[in-house]
Ligand binder design. Structure first.
Ligand SMILES: C[S@@+](CC[C@H](N)C(=O)[O-])C[C@H]1O[C@@H](n2cnc3c(N)ncnc32)[C@H](O)[C@@H]1O
Length: 420
């Protein structure tokens, strides 16, 4: 581990991280070493881990030697957490009105403007990185190619941001700062905060860790601070990751600006392909009101296999890698194809009254899934053309292409498995 006592000052004016350049990492190769020393000097314990720039993932952590399961890798005392600043929030009358994220983002806006956190913030993504990767910043001509399933989480995120900005804008402007400055802090809070004692906080060094559905580590949150432990044995050179939550890839794209890679044989077990826009337009008003009464209107999805295999195309386990319809979808389609009695029996008992109606459900849905698969093909072709002419938005096109491919593969796997 690097332990430099020389402390070069890393400039962090408000315009630093907000500049549209995404090349800070390349231009300051030792900023991770400086930040690591800064963290260790202040009581953060780091064993067998180092920060590294990883292609396509920004910075992350890797194991510097073999680590045994359950070993402690990083521990951060609570005094080192960046917390919402109660005094600052009270001064601006935001202590009661602002959301937890707005409280953290506003406190961070003020700290960054004052030039605090320079060593730490120099390791964060720039505003240019957020603009490139997060759909909330993409222009209309790119958003036109977003899968419909991403629209709902994106709309929720926009509502949250609009509410937070409305709440803090007077205070931000009174400090002579801009919406862009607050927006940057909001994105930092959005993508690298943790929950601690009922508030949103930032945790130095632990915020280097990238996401994996089955991460190599777990992050343990306690009164005294944060600890990262190996979830299993970790080999030297392996990336140290943890699960941000059981998020679908649509949610990861909107919230964190990336789509995890997957293959036909290996999807994230937390992924799902939302089908509301495929199914809801096909249901009559009468059926929709029946579903609404029982709490089954909307949130329809194809669910990823729970135990994906890591095998190749001829892996014998792959026959079991089926994307299944969720229970809500099973209920909704049965409302369209069965009698009222039969449907209510299934909704209540989770099984069909007389004989298994799964095939009838599949036949009802098949043409609509076929259309969605064709839409995915069309979108992938369009995106492949657009990314050649619109190189400026390369990151957005790459994420969209990956997500459409995953959508297509999931539908194809479901159709193939059920086609008898
Ligand atoms: C908590 S930070 C992790 C550190 C971050 N990579 C960095 O450069 O500072 C979360 C961000 O890391 C990136 N990230 C996390 N997990 C990733 C993954 N599995 N693949 C690609 N990018 C990932 C995303 O940009 C996300 O918003």
């Amino acid at each position: 581990m690097f332990r430099s006592t020389k402390r070069a000052r890393v400039s962090a004016t408000t315009e630093g991280p907000i500049s549209s350049s995404s090349s800070l990492i390349a231009s300051a190769p030792d900023k991770h070493a400086l930040f690591t020393s800064w963290a260790q000097d202040r009581g953060i314990t780091i064993k067998s881990a180092a920060a590294k720039v990883l292609p396509g993932r920004g910075a992350g952590l890797i194991a510097t030697k073999n680590i045994k399961s359950k070993s402690s890798i990083v521990s951060v005392p609570s005094t080192m957490l960046f917390k919402p600043d109660t005094k600052v929030l009270k001064r601006h009358a935001l202590d009661r009105t602002a959301s937890p994220q707005a409280k953290l983002a506003f406190s961070l806006t003020v700290a960054l403007a004052e030039g605090n956190l320079a060593e730490w913030s120099s390791t964060w993504p720039t505003m240019g990185d957020f603009e490139a990767s997060m759909p909330m910043f993409w222009p209309e001509h790119v958003l036109a190619h977003l899968p419909s399933s991403v629209a709902a989480p994106l709309a929720r995120q926009r509502t949250d941001y609009t509410r937070d900005w409305a709440c803090v804008q007077k205070a931000v402007k009174s400090l002579g700062l801009s919406e862009r400055t607050f927006g940057y802090a909001w994105c930092i809070a959005n993508s690298r905060s943790f929950s601690w004692k009922g508030q949103m906080v930032l945790c130095p060094w632990v915020d280097y860790m990238n996401h994996a559905a089955k991460g190599s580590c777990e992050v343990i949150v306690g009164e005294g601070g944060f600890e990262v432990k190996a979830a299993g044995d970790v080999a030297e050179g392996e990336e140290l990751t943890f699960a941000y939550g059981a998020h679908s890839n649509d949610k990861l794209l909107v919230h964190y600006g990336f789509v995890p890679e997957s293959t036909i044989h290996h999807a994230s077990p937390d992924d799902e392909i939302r089908l509301d826009h495929v199914i809801l337009p096909q249901l009559s008003e009468h059926v929709k009101s029946q579903l609404q009464d029982l709490g089954y209107l909307g949130s329809y999805a194809l669910l990823a296999p729970e135990n994906p295999c890591s095998g190749s195309s001829n892996c014998s386990k792959c026959g079991a890698q089926v994307w299944e319809l969720c229970f809500k979808t099973q209920v909704a389609i049965r409302a369209a194809v069965l009698s009222c009695n039969e449907w209510e029996y299934f909704a209540t008992n989770g099984e069909d009254l007389v004989e298994d109606q799964s095939h009838a459900v599949f036949e009802w849905l098949r043409p609509f899934l076929d259309n969605y698969r064709l839409e995915a093909d069309r979108e992938m072709s369009a995106i492949n053309r657009l990314c050649i002419t619109d190189k400026e938005k390369a990151a957005a096109w790459a994420s969209l292409d990956t997500r459409w491919q995953q959508t297509r593969n999931a539908i194809a796997a479901h159709l193939e498995a059920n086609d008898m």
